[in-house]
Design a protein around this ligand. Sequence first.
Ligand code: DAH
Length: 344
Amino acid sequence: MKEQLENIYKNATEDLTKASSISDIDEIRAKYLSRKGEFNEIKKNLKNLSDEDKRVIGSLANEITQKLENALKEKHTEFYRKELNQKLLTERIDITLPGKFTPAGKVHPLTSTTNEITAIFQSLGFSVVPEEKSPEVETEYYNFDALNVPKDHPARDVQDTFYTEIAKNVVLRSQTSGAQIHAMEGKNPPIRVISPGRVYRNENINARKNNLFHQIEGLYVDKDITFGDLKGVLNEFIRIYFGSSRPTRFRSSFFPFTEPSAEVDVQCIMCEGKGCRTCSGTGWLEVLGCGMVDPNVLEVVGIDPDVYTGFAFGMGVERLAMLKYAIDDIRLFFNNDERFLKQF
Ligand code: DAH
């Protein structure tokens, strides 16, 4: 048996000198040292020997396998280094080569403007009406009737509003103001919400007007809400959004759903008030309509106008973005010209 062991060891070392790669070494290890390897076969027969032989042969077997194990390890390290060096040489990376350009997506300026405006109102205590509570496809009830818009109001005309073929009274909403009704239905004040979204109008398209645009509606109903609160909130919004140096003006106006009503203009950034194509020569761009919620609107949703008052506003996202980034044509937001979009 001793001889047998020495023979196996001799064969193994011979195999090892012929080995030229890590996989050769793995093969040798399997052949001699695995559970089914040649040494194990011998160790299995040890049990038939006398105690004395068992001790001698056993320790010899251990010694030899240990020696082989070490030799394999050494060779393994040697080959590993060699193979690694080879790889490093052949797979060398030229770090001076120019990289591959991966175009990164960017947030559309209308999205970032909406997010920015939303964050400002959130910081002022307003929460956002969930999207499903302010649908783009709306019934005339929410878009007009509940908002106190008379049946014969010109805004209802097909020349202004897109009617769908779903049903006679279903429109693409022409304003986000319907979200006010959704927000108040079944709720008790205080209600303090904003609702951003797309609106549609059958407009003649020009630098200031598109037939799809975006608004952010706002509503605050509680006891003792005054026009002073409305002005305070909107002035604070404008100060945060534009900084304090931008000239703005409050102008009295009319909307069926507010009384009194006002509009806010911001000085045109393109001409600094001198008058240009973007502001159609006036020096100002209207950015929002607002007012005290008309008592009729509160009554429609079951809120007592003798107990509660409120203010509402609706602002144009495109206009606000144009005035911040000096964009002179609303159509730029919609034709997806990369040269425009890349600047944001
Ligand atoms: N919905 C109006 C528009 O699209 C803007 C507006 C005016 C909204 C007054 C309001 C408001 O909430 O109170 O022109």
